[in-house]
Design a protein around this ligand. Sequence first.
Ligand code: PLP
Length: 428
Amino acid sequence: MPEKTEIQSLSQRDQKHLWHPLTQHKIAGEMLAIVRAKEAVLYDENGKEYIDGISSWYTAMYGHCNEEITSRVSRQMQELDQVVFSGFTHEPAVKLSEELIKILPPNQEKLFFSDNGSTATEVGIKMALQYHHNLGNDRKVLLAFEEGFHGDTFGAMSVSGLSVYNGAFKDHFLEVLRLPVPTGPNNAEVLQKLRDLIVSNKIAGFIYEPLVQGAAAMKMHDPEGLEEILKICKENEIVTIADEVMTGFGKTGMNFASQYLKTQPDIICLSKALTAGLLPMAVTSCTQKIYEAFYSNEISKGLFHGHTYTANPLACTAALAGIELLRSEKIQQDLKRVIRSHEEFSEKIRKHPKVRDLRQLGVILAFELDVEMERYGDLRNRLFSHFMEAGVFLRPLGNTIYILAPYVITDEQLKKVYNSIESALEKF
Ligand SMILES: *Cc1c(COP(=O)(O)O)cnc(C)c1O
């Protein structure tokens, strides 16, 4: 065989052994190789820069390779790297529990660690089902919003809306009932449907993304409607599970989206920005009342769920640094600055004939590009290419364009993102 002398790029070498998430490889083409990231910018292997307009899936909110985070994790790495969390504990986990409880809604008391957003919701679902099981209640059905997304493990897939993500597995799902999101005008209908479902089913828990459904293309719903739903759930002893995996840690303008509501959830799922984009980890928090249903002399009433890397000290340290940053004056100012900037940009494009359903909550800005889809069969991909050529990483969902950039994005970088959107409005 002739010797290969040609030097291959990372993108080419990638194709030999790697299988990427959410990818149909036959039509996807090459993956873009990123070699470096700093603050709000990603650098590819050819030296091209991209503003990370979606914070690498809503994780790196305080900027990539933030030294306040990396230096602390690096110090921790030399003290204690990993230890079993069953029968053992350590400072980073204890400290994180103290700091996280300070910023969570006041009814949250206990924290359970896992590895990612899917396991955070999986644990939340198991807590709700076993809560009723332990109390001797016959409740096995779950309730979820249509079009919700809660992750890729089986419980999480079951409560997610049906899509290409989970369609192949639908015969293996838990029993789940669906409720439309409250939009305001439909609230009365939704509440009636909820009451009807409660009468004819034994519902254990209700899982929802509070106020913003990320994977459903940043669909936003009515806080008053959600408030009413939560009240009815509480009255009927349905365990409420807020999936704040996307919305958590400041993105909606509050530390958690649940804080826009009066009725607080029994369980909250956290991941993504929890560790500030550095390491994978998740937390499922719950109230004392939920915890007490598991607290017993009977071993089998405990929550027998546990991952090898539970409460990894490095991930806990990253989370601690992240929370400190979130509470800092600097980041709070940045948050306000980005929110104001988005508001100004919204005013500018709101009346554009191709802008439909423009919506903003905190630093999340989204709208539908109103063009004839038939004219652009692969509109989403063409939009994506348009942004990437302009040096802006935005990831349109169908014809929804949204921005969810790191809080530390500069005004100049924001302008570049807005310009790329305005040029898309002209081009398509
Ligand atoms: C991303 C996401 C998940 C799944 O998290 P993973 O870390 O990707 O498993 C669950 N729920 C919501 C709302 C999410 O945005």
